[in-house]
Ligand binder design. Structure first.
Ligand code: GLU
Length: 450
């Protein structure tokens, strides 16, 4: 059977680094195995799911290069979930319950005070038909629980190795709410069966779900119907904190549009953190997929450090060719040719920083000329070689100035950089001079903001 995985985001918010890592693991696994990727939009919660989020998720995945072979929305498949519900009722594996939230909470409190785990007591299984009629006459509507076997569920986790859960320690899960709405658990199993999913790869916050779902897979699809499963350790921030709110704020949209980071830097980092492999930047997904192996993932949380991401981004930008970047420079109105790109490239962390350096060329730049350097700068203006400036000009000019003034090193170069760029640091002056042109250079040396 050929490999097929799925990534199943709920369109109730934007993609963040945590769920992108799950998407990436699925895509890398599929590509490594020559398999297929299904993008399933988990929108059974009709109130919280929004089309704008679905569109944003698709745009983000596309930008990251994490494409899919097939996609559908769960909201188009309620008839399949209704059929599964009927099948489970027929098999006596789905039963109606009538307790209110408060009543359940009271039960849990009592269990806790008696030192017992707060597992649902299955009181609803004892209800007679008359009881149910009477409860419904009170206006109560049933919600539905799946009857777990109470036995031990075992699976060989693709990341965590041999795993098991005793279902006796877990409450029978609610599959359908009193308003008839499907919670995530059942639709996910129905879809995984219908779509012939072979491997489920998701975060370890789903381990208990998985155990429960294995029983539902078998109830609906027969013995051995559950796909293979792998649960990845969660991401934590650089300081070891849960990625929760603070870094949950690290949406892909923000990394792209606000921070200006590259898709392949994000992907390179997310592919390697939490593995024993060195983190390095890689400029194509297939290379990451070729070496991908879920068993290299560590069981301890992976650390996501935005500073590390910026360093990787810089390394990636430093290798970008002019031909590759030209359309983006043009779109930013900063296409000033290959020489400029190659000159400023080593100074960039993100591509959009190019605008800062481009501003040095087009100006206006406010020259910084200290009192002590006034005479030196005046001499410099007088010695600037005439004619076309080229990349040799800087050497010839500063060489002549050094002979004239005896200045060398920092005392020679720094005042010129400050006067011409208004900044302490920046791209190589030798390459900047011809781009600035003699006229602008003379005027800046004269103290003019231009
Ligand atoms: N929509 C679920 C989630 O985002 C999918 C979990 C799964 O992969 O089954 O948590």
């Amino acid at each position: 059977m050929s490999v097929k995985v799925r990534f199943a985001p709920s369109p109730t918010g934007k993609l963040h680094v945590g769920n992108v890592r799950t998407a990436l693991m699925n895509v890398l696994f599929a590509r490594n195995q020559g398999g297929q990727v299904l993008l399933r939009i988990d929108d059974t919660d009709l109130k919280r799911s929004m089309k704008v989020f679905e569109d944003a998720i698709k745009a983000d995945l596309t930008w990251l290069g994490l494409g899919w072979d097939e996609t559908f929305n769960q909201s188009t498949r309620f008839d399949r979930y209704d059929a599964a519900k009927a099948k489970l009722i027929e098999k006596d594996l789905l039963y109606p319950c009538y307790e209110t939230g408060e009543e359940l909470e009271r039960k849990r409190r009592i269990q806790r005070t008696r030192g017992r785990p707060p597992v649902y007591d299955r009181a609803a299984l004892l209800l007679t038909d008359e009881d149910k009629v009477a409860l419904e006459a009170e206006g109560r509507r049933p919600y539905w629980r799946f009857k777990l076997s109470g036995g031990r569920i075992e699976w060989n986790d693709l990341v965590r190795g041999p795993s098991h859960i005793e279902t006796g320690s877990v409450s029978d899960p609610v599959l359908i709410r009193a308003d008839g709405g499907y919670l995530y658990t059942l639709p996910s199993v129905v879809d995984d069966l219908d779509a012939d999913i072979t491997h489920i790869i998701r975060g370890e916050d789903h381990v208990t779900n998985s155990a429960v779902q294995i029983e539902i897979f078998e109830a609906l699809g027969g013995r051995g119907a559950a796909p293979d499963m792998g649960h990845t350790a969660l991401l934590v921030g650089a300081d070891g904190d849960k990625l929760s709110k603070r870094l949950g704020g690290l949406s892909i949209e923000e990394l792209r549009d606000h921070d200006g980071l590259e898709a392949m830097a994000v992907v390179s980092l997310l592919a390697k953190i939490g593995t024993s492999d060195a983190v390095d930047v890689c400029d194509n997904l297939q290379a990451l997929a070729d070496g991908f192996d879920l068993s290299r993932l560590s069981r301890t949380p992976a650390r996501f450090d935005i500073e590390e991401l910026k360093r990787l981004n810089a390394r990636l930008v430093h290798t970008m060719s002019y031909v590759g970047i030209q359309p983006r420079l043009a779109a930013m109105d900063a296409d000033c040719g290959e020489t400029f790109w190659l000159t400023v490239r080593p100074n960039l962390t993100v591509v959009k920083d190019v605008l800062n350096w481009w501003a040095l060329i087009v100006g206006p730049v406010t020259p910084i000329i200290t009192r002590e350097d006034l005479a030196f700068i005046a001499k410099a203006a007088g010695t600037l070689p005439g004619g076309e400036l080229d990349c040799e000009t800087w050497k010839a000019w500063t060489g002549a100035l050094s002979e004239m003034t005896g200045r060398r090193g920092r005392t020679l170069f720094r005042p010129l950089r400050l006067a011409l760029t208004g900044q302490e640091h920046g791209p190589e002056m030798a390459a900047l001079l011809p781009l600035m042109g003699a006229d602008k250079i003379r005027r800046r040396l004269g103290g003019e903001t231009v």
